[in-house]
Design a protein around this ligand. Sequence first.
Ligand code: GDR
Length: 337
Amino acid sequence: MYSQSEQCIPAKRALITGITGQDGLYLGQLLATKGYEIFGLVRGQSNPKIAMVEQIIPSIQLLEGDLRDLSSLIGAMEIAQPNEIYNLGAISFVGLSWKQAELTGEITAMGVLRMLEAARIHTQGDMSKVRFYQASSSEMFGKVRETPQSETTAFHPRSPYGVAKTFGHYITINYRESYGALACSGILFNHESPRRGFEFVTRKVSNAVARIALGLQDHVALGNLDVRRDWGFAGDYVEAMWLMLQQEELHDYVIATGETHSIWELLDIAFSRINIENWQAYVRQDPRFFRPAEVDVLVGDASRAWKELGWKPKVGFRELIEMMVDADLELERSKLR
Ligand code: GDR
């Protein structure tokens, strides 16, 4: 039984771009548990991922729109009437961004500007009416100027993707400073899960390891094994996105675990989950997976988020990789049934 006052509070409304991606799905699920009315932007009526999104977030309302098309974004905002906008849509695979640099700029950079413009037009210039979250990335630090990286570390992106995200980051700050937009960016370090796309290195490894265990594959081909990343669990990171938009004054935050691990360590943990300690025979290095310019080591300092948002990651690196290998064993077994 609800009290009178609870009945009168309308549900908050959130619009999420990138709803079909790993983060969109976790964020949608989180907001559903908080009673939000959730709208997700999808490209094309016959998008093959629609059924999967509706299964994971049954209460979702999907709207058609494209980050390349301003009027479709304004239209989506008119229907959703959002209190909060989460701009997670992007071309997010760094490796692809050299091959499709222009498209990456169009969506990952200009898409942010279009979302902010759509919000400005939708609110008739009063950008304090809607809260806006931009998905910034640790790839902006690139060739790092200091270690660990915090909100005050200078950027030096190393890929068209990183450059595009840096534009998105600064244009969000610019709308905050120019129009009083309630907008902020989360500078998220790598975050993974069993929902990660197969092109990213953690999922590529967890899936290959599962298939090797089941005799479906005999090796995995990788690029540079010496790079180090600060890898956390995506389910923990979407909570930080939500917390950032609940603050009275909005600020940009680094979201990270504060630990860095190499791909060698990733392989150690993943293979030991299937009881293989000497995994070298199962791993090949392939020049196709090396990048024209690499980000060698990333490690974040999330102490500001810990202090001001009360946010801390819950899932550690070993637990994360084991979770991913276990989920891929289950997935690959289910395909055999
Ligand atoms: P990243 O993630 O580029 O950090 O961006 P990815 O998992 O693709 O690469 C991590 C590191 O692993 C090295 N690597 C390989 N990577 C891939 N994908 N495949 C390989 O075979 C391979 N071998 C070695 C890469 O060179 C790289 O150094 C991710 C994305 O989610 C971005 O969208 C996000 O902004 C950042 O994380 C934070």
